[in-house]
Design a protein around this ligand. Sequence first.
Ligand SMILES: NC(=O)c1ccc[n+]([C@@H]2O[C@H](COP(=O)([O-])OP(=O)(O)OC[C@H]3O[C@@H](n4cnc5c(N)ncnc54)[C@H](O)[C@@H]3O)[C@@H](O)[C@H]2O)c1
Length: 249
Amino acid sequence: MNTKGRVALITGSAGGIGKAIAVKLSQHGAKVIINDVQQEKIDETVAIIREAGGDVIGIKSDITNKTEVQEMFAQIIESYGKFDILVNNVGISRDALIVKMEEEDWDKVLNTNLKSYFLCTQEATKHFIQQEYGRIINISSRAWLGGFGQANYSAAKGGVVSLTRTCAIELAKYNVTANCIAPGLIDTPLFRSFRQDSQERLLKIQPINRIGQPEEVANAAVFFASDDSGYVTGQILHVCGGKSLGARW
Ligand SMILES: NC(=O)c1ccc[n+]([C@@H]2O[C@H](COP(=O)([O-])OP(=O)(O)OC[C@H]3O[C@@H](n4cnc5c(N)ncnc54)[C@H](O)[C@@H]3O)[C@@H](O)[C@H]2O)c1
């Protein structure tokens, strides 16, 4: 998969799936930007990639804030002079049953998991249109199909799918593709923050009866980010061990 010389931003990439995507894109020759709100973890991830010979910078930025997003893109252009690949990866969860869900938790999840994707896509698209090349990879979730106690999270992830499909239609004429990855249960701090009994219950009904690794999501991201996927746009790839098909009995 060829991403050599491409400049790629991965949002929320100081840890978890985003970090795995950044590492793998760097291994495939891309110059990568690590964005997160946690400076110490940004520095750790930047050091790992740099030590392996990668070209990388870290930018601390809260990407729910439009001004911070604009400043981040200005810094990317100042550092690399161009921009080619956007991986919208950032995501949080604040689960609760619909009857008990606080308005604040609805807003927080929708702002982080959907609005930030819009803000980054809008900035990225300005560069993509100008250079007539771009790749957008949006990290949704298997939960876009619905999830118990996840009204805010599922709605945001469904919104990510619709945003992806619309970008694919609007931007195709500029040689820009937009695709979605919908992971299932992946071994990251986000999944490990669930109660132990919930983790076990969720894993028990997986058709492929194990937790997924961040690198398995990263493999799909590299394909969508590469020059080789130029005729694929508006698609959703479930990397979920079969969870999108139904439960294992
Ligand atoms: N882990 C799973 O099982 C799973 C399953 C399906 C989908 N996903 C999705 O994959 C993506 C990555 O999830 P993960 O499990 O690696 O999560 P994670 O919590 O390990 O990493 C998310 C990162 O985003 C950062 N972040 C949070 N708010 C931010 C903001 N406003 N600006 C910048 N950075 C911010 C966090 O500091 C964290 O480092 C998310 O979109 C998540 O919804 C994860």
